[in-house]
Design a protein around this ligand. Structure first.
Ligand SMILES: Cc1cc2nc3c(=O)[nH]c(=O)nc-3n(C[C@H](O)[C@H](O)[C@H](O)COP(=O)(O)OP(=O)(O)OC[C@H]3O[C@@H](n4cnc5c(N)ncnc54)[C@H](O)[C@@H]3O)c2cc1C
Length: 498
């Protein structure tokens, strides 16, 4: 008889595990609490505009890598999906100066040196490391525990540039990297994409990935990608139950028998894959003691394993003129309304997606990073919806004025479409402290200890999702989805090469 897998959550990880599960010959059902799949990788419509919630940068959009193969298998990319790439990754601005990270790395190098001659030596070193990272690949063929000695040696050989970069930046974080430079704008540029506590290699690796030709955005954006994956899952015979929040995993001895939905319905299966946030899995779906000590340690050491939040706004712009030409990061320390508010905000237009706005108009979105303390602030405000909405509107208006002051051409042409906070991700995805990614591993974090996908004393529960692959992201999530099925196949002594 065909064995049955129950997947909890229809985000990128859950959908990927579902598709690989079907390909491996299992019967798979996905239970998703929301009325649409995608989880954090989604988008929504307001007043004729489409708000894209997720993909600014997606690894694995270039052919010939293991990651591309995963995206293709799950229908996220393929010959039918155009990959959009801007000629720059982003532009950082400060005190009326700006610097752009072009896809042409020589141009970026020249402009950085022109900006700060006194940083020339460090700029050259940085650019050398970016170049080393250009063809770095994320291993995504099989879970590490299944790699034999020869495969590990082969991996080490193909990853020799990664190892060099690891060595170069050993025990350094982005703040340490920033400290090597004198020019304040270059310091900002380094931390505008990677939080200061993230490893120093984060910036060169991310920019290297972009310069190497990866890091595109699939046409249609985040929601369209998740829906393509849902279609793939259904085409292969999978069942998706939306509006189906799972309340508990039913345990009998050292096996999970099935799940109970919020409406008390019980569903039984042979394997359970919780793909949702691990905080929710171990504090609601399972009892706390099941949590892997490594993961518990991560939650407990919040200064070493960091969590951020985000305040976001989407504005309708009554003009189709794109004054930004990509993602721009502005200094916003002058409009700080609380200590938990970040000093830098990203603004972005979607000129590359004309269908996201009515004819002659466009959409502009703002991402404002927040300290983790903002979570408690917004959660407590949320108890009174009116106060919560008023505060959101107040902040959205402050940011609007800041943008108008920076881009005169948009003055009087901006209207708030929607704004959202960490509360949104908590409510929508059960996300821990409303964070949309997984832990940022600081230099004090134990680099060798990663959360396990297995649950001790529960033989047929295998986890997937971004939280077991920090710092997360859609590609990290998808990889864990594929690996979950390999782990099940291994338990059944079957070929794991799927
Ligand atoms: C603003 C923003 C920008 C981002 N930008 C990028 C980017 O540019 N590049 C990138 O790689 N990543 C980006 N990310 C991160 C990316 O979206 C996530 O890393 C990824 O989507 C996580 O996927 P997941 O499947 O692990 O988790 P989730 O998306 O959280 O999926 C979990 C699913 O489980 C469901 N669920 C939870 N509890 C239950 C329950 N009890 N019963 C049933 N279902 C349940 C949730 O509703 C959700 O659908 C961004 C995220 C945001 C929000």
């Amino acid at each position: 008889m065909t064995k049955k897998i129950i997947v909890i959550g229809g985000g990128i990880a859950g959908l990927t595990s579902g598709i690989y599960g079907l390909k491996a010959g299992y019967e798979v059902s996905i239970y998703e609490k929301n009325n649409i799949v995608g989880g954090e990788c989604t988008g929504w419509d307001r007043k004729g505009y489409h708000i894209d919630n997720c993909i600014h940068w997606m690894m694995g959009t270039t052919k010939g890598t293991d990651l591309y193969d995963i995206w293709k298998t799950v229908g996220a990319v393929g010959d039918h999906v155009e990959i959009i790439r801007n000629n720059n990754m982003y532009t950082s601005t400060l005190n009326n100066q700006s610097i752009t990270l072009w896809d042409d790395i020589e141009k970026t190098e020249r402009e950085l040196i022109e900006l700060s001659k006194e940083d020339e030596e460090e700029i050259k070193k940085l650019i050398k490391n970016v170049k080393l990272s250009m063809n770095v690949e994320i291993p995504a063929d099989k879970a590490m525990e299944f790699k034999g000695p020869l495969e590990l040696i082969k991996m080490m050989k193909t990853q020799k540039n990664t190892l060099k970069i690891f060595k170069e930046y050993e025990n350094e974080d982005t703040q340490d990297l920033m400290n090597k430079f004198k020019h304040p704008l270059i310091k900002c540029m380094l931390s505008d994409f990677c939080p200061k506590e993230s490893g120093a290699l984060s910036f060169p690796m991310a920019y290297g990935n972009f310069v190497g030709g990866d890091g595109g955005v699939p046409r249609g954006g985040s929601r369209a990608m998740a829906l393509r994956m849902e279609n793939k899952f259904k085409e292969l015979g999978g069942q998706i139950y939306t509006n189906s929040s799972v309340k508990k995993i039913i345990i009998e001895g050292n096996l999970a028998k099935g799940i109970v939905l919020d409406n008390e319905k019980e569903i039984y299966g042979d394997y359970i894959i919780p793909s949702c946030d691990t905080d929710y899995t171990f504090n609601a779906l399972l009892d706390k003691p099941y949590m892997d000590p490594i993961l518990r340690n991560m939650y407990e050491r919040e200064d070493d394993y960091l969590i951020y939040g985000m305040f976001q706004v989407a504005y309708a712009i009554d003009s189709k003129e794109d004054l930004l030409g990509g993602e721009i990061i502005l200094d916003c320390s002058d409009i700080k309304i609380a200590p938990w508010m970040g000093d830098r905000m990203t603004i972005k237009t979607y000129a590359y997606e004309p269908s996201f706005a009515p004819e002659g108009k466009q959409i502009l979105q703002v991402l404002l990073p927040l300290d983790v303390k903002a979570y408690d602030y917004w959660m407590s405000l949320y108890k009174n919806k009116e106060e919560y909405n008023n505060k959101k509107e107040e902040l959205a208006n402050i940011l609007l004025k800041k943008i108008e002051a920076s881009y005169e051409g948009y003055k009087g042409r901006m209207e708030i479409l929607d704004s959202w906070t960490p509360v949104t991700y908590k409510r929508y995805c059960n996300a821990y402290k409303g964070y949309n990614q997984a832990f940022i591993m600081s230099k004090r974090a134990d680099k060798k200890a990663y959360p396990s996908a297995y649950v001790k004393n529960l033989d047929n529960v295998i986890l997937c999702g971004q939280w077991i692959n920090p710092p997360g992201g859609v590609c990290g999530a998808a990889i864990t989805g594929k690996f979950a099925i390999q782990r099940i196949l291994k338990k059944e002594k079957k070929d794991i090469n799927i």
